[in-house]
Write a protein that binds this ligand. Structure first.
Ligand code: AKG
Ligand code: FE2
Length: 257
């Protein structure tokens, strides 16, 4: 079984990067997501457990969610086509944003034939530090590349996907949260997904540790408390870039991993 990190450039990581410890995801017999095991070597931090400690804190604000997307059949789609879709999934094909009609974002009821029926979950970044996602074999998840393309993530019920969240900003922008969405693709089966959102305690300060950045003026973001950030997230639209509110404008943006 493998896990993938969907960072800004969809790096693939294997389970060697993920520690096997008990955690909420063990509900599905999954390994514990550990921030110590993501490719953090480039951060020049000796004690990489500083990240894991944030989410293993007993007051952590992590949560677990199950999503259900009803089956979606486009008009003019024939049953015979399904075999083609199931067996000829093209993981490298990508969709340019403009090719799809954008709709106000959020969960939408599937109404066959309407444009909005294609959006299962509107584009967004997850606000937490890290998301571990597992789905059934029904496609739909897409991640956004830097140049505005939507890259389909082939579904695989035997894999876990690790999505970098906004609060990984505590690496001073080295890990950048990934924009993603779920589109309803032709399928007679519902898509089911489950996510473990790893978040620290509400009063935890999200800021780059001195080991990453000895000079506080080089911080891309002003320090913020996770609880305050969460409130802002819920006051904005799903697709909004909340981290922009915390940017130190004088600071040059570093190249993310
Ligand atoms: O259902 C999925 O595959 C992804 C859902 C998602 O992005 C979320 O719940 O934040
Ligand atoms: Fe998400």
């Amino acid at each position: 079984m493998a896990a993938r990190t969907l960072a800004s450039m969809a790096t693939r990581v294997t389970l060697e990067y993920i520690l096997l410890e008990a955690n909420p995801v063990s509900l599905v017999n999954a390994p514990k997501p550990s921030l110590t095991t993501l490719p953090l070597s480039g951060l020049w931090i000796e004690d990489k457990s500083i990240f894991s400690k944030l989410i293993s804190n007993s007051q952590n604000d992590s949560c677990f969610r199950v999503n259900h997307y009803p089956p979606f059949i486009a008009p003019n789609h024939h049953h015979d086509d399904q075999e083609l879709i199931d067996n000829h999934w093209d993981p490298v094909s990508s969709v340019h944003e403009e090719e799809l009609e954008e709709e106000p974002l959020h969960m939408m009821t599937s109404t066959v034939g309407s444009k909005s029926s294609r959006v299962g979950f509107g584009e967004h970044t997850d606000p937490q530090i890290l998301t571990i996602l597992r789905s059934n074999d029904v496609s739909g998840l897409q991640i956004s590349s830097h140049d505005g393309f939507w890259i389909p993530v082939p579904p695989d019920p035997n894999e876990f996907f690790c999505l970098v969240g906004d609060s990984f900003a505590l690496t001073n922008g080295r890990f950048k949260s990934v924009r993603h969405r779920v589109m309803a693709m032709n399928s007679w089966k519902p898509r089911m997904s489950m996510m473990y959102f790893a978040a620290p305690a509400l009063d935890t300060w999200i800021t780059a540790p001195p080991q990453i950045n000895s000079n506080i003026t080089n911080n891309i973001y002003r320090p913020f408390k996770w609880g305050d950030f969460k409130q802002i997230v819920y006051s904005l639209r799903l697709a909004d870039s909340r981290l922009d509110y915390f940017k130190n404008h004088h600071c040059p943006i570093m190249t993310p991993y």
